[in-house]
Design a protein around this ligand. Structure first.
Ligand SMILES: *Cc1c(COP(=O)(O)O)cnc(C)c1O
Length: 471
């Protein structure tokens, strides 16, 4: 046997450039880490914000600053940080066991959570397949839909999704994704879906009313679906809100129209509620806003209150029985499927959702959005103001009459200014949004709005109107 260790180390010297472990944390971060969805050069320029704690709608950094969490830690936190009941549930589970496999074994938390979800889920969605993030919950739905459909339609191996769709970052999910900037670098690797335009009425080239836009846009998508019906294994949609695609709030009626047509064609419908699930849109699941029950429902993010990675794919008993007959086994699973700590957090989250009046209180909290909207209307460079449940978004333009989006520098400027005033936001292209935890108080939400307004005043082109407070 040849000894390769010598030559290996010659070409791969150990990390001699690394700073001392006792060095500045920000420098250590830049030495050892690649961050997700983060421009690498920009990240290297500034000292990163290092989060050390949180409480309710606030997070704290290592310099003693306190910030309102305007994105719910990127749409995951549901009922505030350090929620006492969720904290306790995880610690109690930790006293028993942190993890054991779900392949061939089971545990009480996993069983009970499945029942609790099945009883709350819309329609006949009562069977649960666990995984550990939104992307995997989508992969699972795609695979299951394909397995079911191939009996009657052996050639059905494509999916239909929308332009500007986001279903996660694993390759199956990238295949049904429709955000060019994220997805096109990987196109050669994936099986791209059939697509129709997103129902974004603001960009409607014909300037139709929202109502007419919902009908025409759905009809266009339905035509494509019908034309390719025999090739399609499933249709996948983000109900009512395409979040990562730019916080596109669909016109009412689009979802139900699409769902009806897909059902008529007998094609499985997957609804990705990873962003919209657990109350943010004003209903427990966004599909309930239009009385739609899909064949598969994917949920993640808020499921554990934003504490731990856990996701679910829900489907009907009939689907389960069909899978039992053929193929009889689902060759898919993850090391941390139904992790007991995540399951404990999810059960405590559902209990807290039941006990609080979080969803019921959304209409009252939306009053803050209406005030913010009136204040934003006075700025000449803002537009396309929209909201759904406890989600609020608007766009910044360099030329609003021609809908020319503000550049990245402006958006980053606003983001940093908001941060310096105590609010965490994260622009999506030229869109700014607030997705606070459902537990946010009216005062906290008002303060988020006021900081946003203040940040706009500083960082938009000259001539940007001075505007009053949110009254
Ligand atoms: C975030 C998101 C996903 C992916 O979830 P991860 O947990 O980040 O893998 C999928 N679908 C939608 C709609 C999402 O918002």
């Amino acid at each position: 046997m040849t000894d390769i260790s010598h030559s290996f180390f010659e070409h791969h010297p150990p990390n001699s450039f690394a700073p001392e472990p006792s060095g500045d944390l920000g420098d250590l971060d830049k030495t050892w880490i690649l961050h997700p969805f983060t421009p690498i050069r920009e990240w290297e320029q500034d000292r990163p914000m290092i989060i050390t704690g949180g409480k309710g709608a606030r997070i704290f950094d290592d310099r003693g600053h306190s910030y309102l969490d305007g994105t719910s830690s990127l749409w995951v936190n549901l009922l505030g940080h350090r929620h006492p009941a969720i904290d306790r549930a995880i610690m109690e589970q930790l006293d028993k066991i942190a993890h054991s496999t779900f392949l061939g074994l089971t545990h009480e938390g996993g069983i009970r959570l499945a029942e609790e979800l099945g009883r709350r889920a819309p329609g006949n969605l009562r069977r649960v397949f666990y995984s550990d993030n939104g992307s995997t919950s989508v992969e699972i739905a795609l695979k299951l839909a394909y397995l079911l459909r191939k009996h009657s339609h052996p050639g059905a191996s494509r999916f239909f999704s929308l332009e500007r769709a986001y279903h996660g970052d694993t390759l199956g999910a990238v295949g049904v994704g429709g955000i060019d900037r994220f997805h096109s670098p990987f196109h050669p690797l994936v099986h791209a879906s059939l697509k129709a335009p997103a129902p974004d009425c603001f960009l409607c080239p014909l300037g139709l009313s929202r109502n007419q836009c919902s009908i025409d846009c759905a009809d266009e998508a339905i035509r494509i679906i019908r034309r390719h019906r025999d090739e399609l294994a499933a249709v996948i949609l983000e109900p009512r809100l395409q979040a990562a695609g730019g916080m596109i709030v669909w016109p009412e009626g689009y979802l139900s129209r699409m769902a009806r047509a897909v059902r008529e064609e007998g094609i499985p419908l997957i609804l990705d509620e990873v962003a919209t699930g657990f109350g943010r849109t004003g209903a427990l699941f966004a599909c309930e806003l239009e009385g739609v029950v899909p064949d598969f429902l994917c949920a993640g993010k808020g499921l554990t209150g934003g504490y731990l990675p856990l996701a679910v794919t829900l489907f009907s008993e009939e689907t389960y029985q069909r899978l039992k007959n053929d193929p009889g086994i689902f060759y898919h699973g993850h090391s941390y499927t139904a992790n007991p700590l995540g399951v404990a957090a999810a059960r405590a989250t559902l209990r807290a959702l039941d006990e609080g009046r979080f969803i019921e209180e959304i209409p009252a909290k939306r009053e803050v959005f209406f005030k913010l909207e009136r204040a934003l209307d006075r700025f000449p460079f803002t537009g396309n103001i929209r909201s759904l449940g406890l989600i609020f978004a608007f766009d910044i333009f360099s030329d609003p009459s021609r809908k020319i989006p503000a550049d990245r520098q402006t958006m980053t400027g606003i983001e940093h200014r908001a941060q310096s005033l105590g609010l965490i936001i994260r622009p999506l292209m030229n869109t700014l949004y607030l997705i606070p935890p459902l537990s946010v108080s009216v005062d906290e939400l008002t303060l988020m709005g006021e900081i946003l307004l203040e940040s706009l005043r500083e960082f938009t082109p000259e001539g940007f109107a001075k505007s009053g407070k949110m009254k």
